[in-house]
Design a protein around this ligand. Structure first.
Ligand code: ISJ
Ligand code: MG
Length: 464
């Protein structure tokens, strides 16, 4: 049951219509209600009948998920200072908005969810035409699940000429569809073909990168490749998201639907989380497969920890994140050595970073400072991004870009959009990259990216 008091909502809408007339501008309102526990997958699925702009986020290591539907407002930016521009629009919106949120739970009320492309400087957009450079959406409806509790936020922009009864009617209808609408059984897709994009050429580019690194042009660069697949029918978003959540428990699961396309993935890599002023960031780089049993797992994990090439890949990341975080935080704590972080198909080297954000700095300031870390770009930052632009055959679009959310209470989190796929109807592009350093071996890096493709492949028709 939705414990929403209709007279209350009526009053809020009525008040907003008069304010819109009085101030001569539309009014953004946000109403939060605690509701009975609601499955995020059912909500995501039912949402298809309400709006074709759906957003999904499930945290790693925390029982927290959000599903957004439609847009009360979209904040876009193509500016080179895109993070700052988005922040300033968000601050303006927040100042004027009327928020009715008795819960004060993080991720309720006015929340913006979305992402940023890896590189603002890409001239050719294919196949990312539906994904703007930067887009943070305040959903019209937002389901927030924290533990066993569910909250529904209803956000909308009210205009002077709006009719109260019409608005209330629409909200009631849409909320009913989202919470109680009919559903069909969800089906995972059947894959009919898959095609590796220029595998040999990619291996040559890895060899070239190691040569360029040996010549001192740069220290590390992350190069990605693409796998294209086809299915016998359009992919059902909610089915794939549910399967990803169930199979990738240590990862952030995300999905963004734009113009009929879906960008979806299960990434283990947090960029930065801020709650109040407490910050957590993650250094994740260096990879080895999982073993077939506990013993082999352990042996491989130890090999990873002691492998100089993987340690070098990792250390570049720690060094850069340390510098970026120290410039805007105090109480910075970073262990002196990494540990092994196990995922379903592989293990990574992992170093956590905790700190307290100095007053005056925000989550987006830190995202701007960090992106791209050497886990996705390389070292030095500018040279490696230029190198990727020149030498990588694919357009990264939102792949490896920051994706995440923030709310009006200084909470928010961004991850990097790896282990991901762009789904377009009955076709998809899957992406995987690897950190190239002096001692990288093209064949081994190719194998490493093949393992990184597995999480998405397994929910998109099974492993190759
Ligand atoms: C670039 C990707 O992953 C990154 C590269 C890693 C590596 O090369 O060891 C490990 C984790 C990620 O930082 C990807 O999965 O596409
Ligand atoms: Mg690697």
């Amino acid at each position: 049951m939705l414990h929403i008091k209709v007279p209350q909502l009526e009053e809020i809408v009525e008040g907003a219509i008069s304010q819109a007339a009085l101030q001569g501008e539309p009014q953004l309102i946000s109403v939060v209600n605690e509701i009975d526990y609601t499955s995020p997958y059912a909500f995501l699925d039912r949402a298809q009948a309400v709006d074709q702009h759906r957003l999904f986020w499930r945290s790693a290591g925390e029982d927290f998920a959000m599903v957004g539907v439609g847009a009360a407002h979209r904040i876009l930016s193509t500016d080179s200072h895109r993070f700052r521009e988005i922040e300033s629009v968000w601050n303006e919106l927040q100042k004027k908005a009327r928020v009715y949120d008795p819960s004060h739970v993080k991720g309720t009320g006015l929340v913006a969810l979305g992402g940023f492309s890896f590189d603002t400087n890409q001239s050719d957009l294919t196949p990312w035409e539906s994904f703007p450079d930067s887009q943070m959406t305040i959903p019209a409806y937002l389901l927030t699940n924290k533990g066993t509790k569910s909250y529904l936020s209803t956000n909308l922009l009210i205009f002077e000429e709006d009719h109260k009864q019409q608005i209330i009617h629409q909200i009631n209808e849409q909320q009913h569809q989202l919470l109680h609408g009919d559903r069909q059984e969800l089906k995972l897709p059947n894959r009919t073909s898959s095609m590796e994009m220029e595998a040999e050429k990619w291996k040559q580019s890895i060899k070239q990168a190691t040569d360029d690194i040996k010549k001192g042009k740069l220290g590390k660069v992350v190069l990605a490749r693409e796998l294209r697949v086809k299915f016998n029918a359009p992919v059902e978003l909610a089915a794939v998201v549910e399967e990803l959540c169930e199979t990738q428990s240590n990862s952030y699961v995300f999905a963004f639907e734009n113009g009929g396309d879906h960008f979806i993935g299960a990434t283990p890599e947090r960029l930065v989380r801020v709650e109040k002023q407490e910050l957590i960031s993650t250094c994740l780089a260096g990879t080895i497969p999982r073993g077939k049993d506990e013993e082999e797992d352990h042996i491989l994990g130890q090999r990873l920890l002691n492998d100089p090439k993987n340690r070098q890949e990792h250390d570049f990341v720690v060094q850069m994140i340390r510098e970026a975080v120290e410039a805007c935080c105090y109480n910075v704590e970073i262990p002196s050595a990494p540990v092994v972080y196990p995922l379903r198909n592989l293990q990574h080297l992992y170093t956590p970073v905790t700190a307290t954000l100095e007053n005056g700095y925000t989550l987006l300031d830190v995202v701007e400072r960090l992106h791209p870390t050497p886990a996705l770009g390389g070292m030095p930052q500018k040279q490696s991004v230029d190198y990727i632009r020149k030498n990588e055959a694919l357009n990264r679009g939102w792949y490896a870009g920051p994706i995440g959310w923030f709310d009006g209470h200084n909470n928010g989190e961004f991850a990097v959009a790896i282990r991901s796929a762009l789904i377009q109807g009955d076709e998809a592009s899957l992406f995987a990259g690897c950190g190239v350093v002096e001692d990288s071996d093209p064949e081994a890096e190719y194998e490493e990216t093949a393992v990184k493709l597995k999480p998405m492949l397994s929910v998109l028709g099974g492993s190759l």
